[in-house]
Write a protein that binds this ligand. Structure first.
Ligand code: G3P
Length: 217
């Protein structure tokens, strides 16, 4: 499963990229607003940090507006991936942009039929929002499972990009359900490495090693 960072904070992206685990980045208008930065400048900077897909979302809601904005944003860098919402206009813009060679991430996906439409529109990625389904008492992971079954039934190439991830368990279960990508807030991504028994075991190893009085170098 590929890991994308779900943030527009460039220092966090740089830190994660340095570990070598980062396959891409997703942003959205809320994340860009939170960064306080100029949208196109921050996307350009992110594209210089990671080689993988960097999602930049259009804000037009009509097909032609989305296509125009998408083409404009795609000029920033070859790894810019245009995010469009899962609406009829978004699907039409998705088809036009992907036919023109631009990667598209169809976002705000909340059920399997929407995901099927996104794949038929040629989406490179589709973003099911797990956390927001959980927020209203539904099962976000069930959507990932349904999408995986449908996409595999018809060998659809659109990649399932699990989004709205709030916990380490979301990452684990998304991987078990067969998501192609998980876009993860940096704090959650960094938490994946932690386990108290790992820390305890390492302390014990080092304590016992110190007693030998030896050094490796
Ligand atoms: O990529 C979508 C993600 O940023 C939304 O997350 O927590 O606002 O549902 P959240």
């Amino acid at each position: 499963m590929k890991f994308f960072a779900d943030t527009a904070e460039t220092e966090e992206i740089r830190e994660l990229a340095d570990v070598g685990l980062l396959d891409g980045v997703t942003t959205n208008p809320s994340l860009v607003a939170k960064s306080g930065r100029d949208f196109k400048e921050v996307i350009k900077e992110i594209c210089g940090i990671v080689e993988g897909p960097v999602s930049a979302e259009v804000t037009a809601t009509d097909t032609n507006g989305m296509i125009s904005e998408g083409k404009h944003l795609a000029e920033i860098s070859s790894n810019v991936t245009i995010k469009v919402p899962l609406t009829w206009d978004g699907l039409k813009a998705c088809r036009a942009l992907t036919q023109g060679g631009t990667m598209v991430n169809v976002t705000l996906c909340f059920n399997a039929n929407q995901a099927l439409l996104a794949a038929k529109a040629g989406a490179t990625f589709v973003s099911p929002f797990i956390g927001r389904l959980d927020d209203i008492g539904l099962d976000g992971m069930e959507l990932i499972e349904e999408m995986r079954e449908i996409y595999d039934n018809y060998e659809l190439k659109t990649e399932i990009l699990a989004a709205s991830i709030r916990s380490a368990n979301h990452v684990k279960y998304a991987a078990m359900a067969g998501a192609d990508v998980a876009t993860v807030p940096p704090a959650v991504l960094k938490s994946l490495v932690k386990h108290p028994l790992t820390d305890k075991g390492l302390d014990a190893f080092l304590s016992d090693w110190k007693k030998t009085g030896q050094t490796i170098m």
